[in-house]
Design a protein around this ligand. Structure first.
Ligand SMILES: [Zn+2]
Length: 554
């Protein structure tokens, strides 16, 4: 058969032209990345070190240095010429090489977030600072006595006097009217900023810039709602029966102040196991180091750089930080021999191994977790072991006999804790999403509709107060709360995958195959893949609520 040669020649010319266009675009992004890295690598290291020092010394001088370094880092992303270059390359669709395209996407998002009018940003920070001051200055006063949040929690946890509980709960909620109008103004301001750079609202912007699609997240929350609703209703009945007895009232007379917590975000202690007593004579640092070494993820070089014990002026909490993405990974803690710090050591070192065992031959931008919640998932998966009787037995902390004795009750307690938290996180996620979509709606009613639906708590009759505004995260740590729950879901998904396919040990103790799997499938890829692709590559499925439900519902 005779074929005309002309179309082949045209096709070849077009292909060459196309290839050279792609080549040119890829050279441009490579050059951009070289320039970008020369700025961002030293400055981000400087900022991480300054923040580390400030958290340890707590001096004004070190905090000022840290603030300055953070500002210097943030300033890199405000450059509008660089952004224009990135935007052109992104819209062209010509960067096809997967490593370059992924870097372009991540760097583009960082610069897009930096394109906010500095005057608007300054205004936002001013509003946030004012609100923050109002929260810190607010004190509950009962019978002429000032009470801290911790003291309110103490009353809610320990009192059995309904009147006293009601007063403590209601008085604590008086911060609501003090900040509510300010928060609505701030929400509208944040929305304006988001709209100026092309998003529908601030919630959508925050999720999308972090690489999350709000619809995808909502679908997972819906899935979890369906999987937990019935079990939660059953457990809620158990809780209600317990409390009706405790307060000597009828179940139908139970009010939100009867649940031992300001928001019913934590499980009431119906099934107590005194885990602290098992750790009184233990060293959580030694235990954690031995455990990680046993699964093939040695943490010695993290621990030598870390700051593990209490000091005056030091941050009283805990965190893990990757200083340079070159192996300088540290954790700040205030370790004591109890179950809380055992959990925290495993948690923080979980973050630590995720950073430490990344593939250092990847470009700087990709030497990071796939998402904030994926590193949270690893941290949670390890942290949970601290109160897992099987792990405690395998680590020699308790005897086999003791372990078997406490397995049923600790399982019920954990199940309760997880279910209560998951229903509360539903309220937070859905409230924030809806509030940013329409800040002018009746937010007081929206809040109680969600609390009634997801937490199954009855609104006190006739109550019309901005109770949503009493939760500081809504004003000051916006659109992040859902990540805590996504982290829990993924922790369960990996745990199930590991115990079903990789290791025969339920506690991972001494089994290097668990560490090797995590290294290869989770830590080494860094942020090379979109988080849900990484999850699919490592477990064969996208993120699902199924395994969380398996672990805590069935
Ligand atoms: Zn964490």
């Amino acid at each position: 058969m005779k074929k005309s040669i002309i179309p082949i020649i045209i096709a070849t010319i077009l292909m060459i032209a196309c290839n050279s266009k792609q080549e040119k675009a890829e050279i441009r992004i490579k050059n951009f990345i070289t320039g970008y890295e020369s700025k961002v690598i030293p400055v981000s290291r400087e900022a991480a070190l300054a923040s580390w020092n400030a958290n340890i010394t707590g001096t004004d001088e070190d905090w000022a240095k840290s603030e300055k370094a953070s500002f210097k880092l943030a300033s890199i992303y405000t450059d509008s010429l660089s952004f224009a270059e990135l935007k052109e390359l992104k819209l062209s669709g010509l960067v096809k090489d997967s490593i370059l395209a992924r870097q372009l996407e991540l760097i583009y998002n960082s610069f897009l977030g930096g394109q906010v009018d500095p005057a608007l940003l300054a205004e936002q920070i001013k509003m946030e600072t004012e609100i923050s001051k109002k929260y810190s200055n607010f004190r509950v006063t009962i019978n002429g006595k000032e009470l801290s949040d911790n003291q309110i929690e103490e009353i809610l946890k320990n009192s059995t006097d309904s009147k006293e509980l009601q007063t403590a709960w209601q008085e604590h909620k008086m911060i609501g009217p003090v900040v509510a109008d300010d928060i609505i103004r701030l929400v509208k301001h944040r929305n304006m900023i988001a709209q100026k750079i092309g998003f529908g609202n601030y919630h959508e912007m925050t999720l999308k810039l972090s690489g999350q699609d709000p619809e995808e997240v909502t679908a997972i929350f819906d899935e979890l709602d369906n999987l937990t609703r019935e079990s939660f209703a059953g457990l809620k009945n158990e809780i209600d029966t317990y409390f009706a007895k405790r307060y000597k009232i009828k179940v139908q007379d139970l009010k939100p102040w009867h649940y031992q917590n300001r928001y019913f975000q934590e499980a009431p202690e119906i099934y107590p196991v005194d885990f602290d007593s098992y750790y009184e004579k233990q060293d959580p640092v030694k235990l954690a180091a031995a455990f990680f070494d046993g699964i093939g993820l040695n943490v010695d070089s993290i621990l030598v750089r870390s700051d593990l014990y209490e000091k005056p002026g030091k941050n009283q909490h805990a965190f893990s930080t990757d200083i340079d993405r070159e192996g300088d990974v540290r954790t700040l803690d205030n370790v004591k021999p109890d179950s809380y710090w055992m959990n925290t050591m495993l948690h923080e070192l979980g973050h630590g191994v995720y950073s430490y065992y990344c593939d250092r031959s990847l470009p700087f931008t990709l030497r990071d977790a796939a998402h904030a919640f994926t590193t949270e998932a690893i941290a949670n998966m390890f942290g949970r072991l601290a109160t897992d009787p099987v792990w405690m037995c395998d680590m020699g902390i308790i005897s086999m006999e003791e372990s078997e004795k406490i397995i049923p009750v600790s399982r019920t307690a954990l199940r309760l804790q997880m279910l209560v938290f998951s229903r509360w996180a539903q309220v937070m996620y859905r409230f924030e999403k809806s509030m940013y979509e329409d800040p002018d709606q009746d937010l007081n009613q929206l809040w109680w509709n969600l609390v009634e639906k997801y937490q199954m708590l009855a609104k006190p009759e006739g109550r019309n107060m901005p109770d949503w505004a009493t939760k500081i995260h809504i004003a000051l740590y916006p659109c992040y709360y859902h990540n805590y729950l996504l982290g829990e879901l993924l922790a369960s998904q990996w745990y199930y995958y590991l115990t079903a396919n990789i290791t025969s040990s339920r506690s991972f103790v001494g089994d290097k195959s668990a560490g090797n799997y995590l290294k290869e499938k989770v830590f080494l890829p860094g942020s090379r893949y979109y988080w849900n692709d990484m999850i699919e590559k490592s477990t064969g499925e996208k993120l699902t609520a199924k395994y969380y439900a398996k672990q805590f519902v069935e």
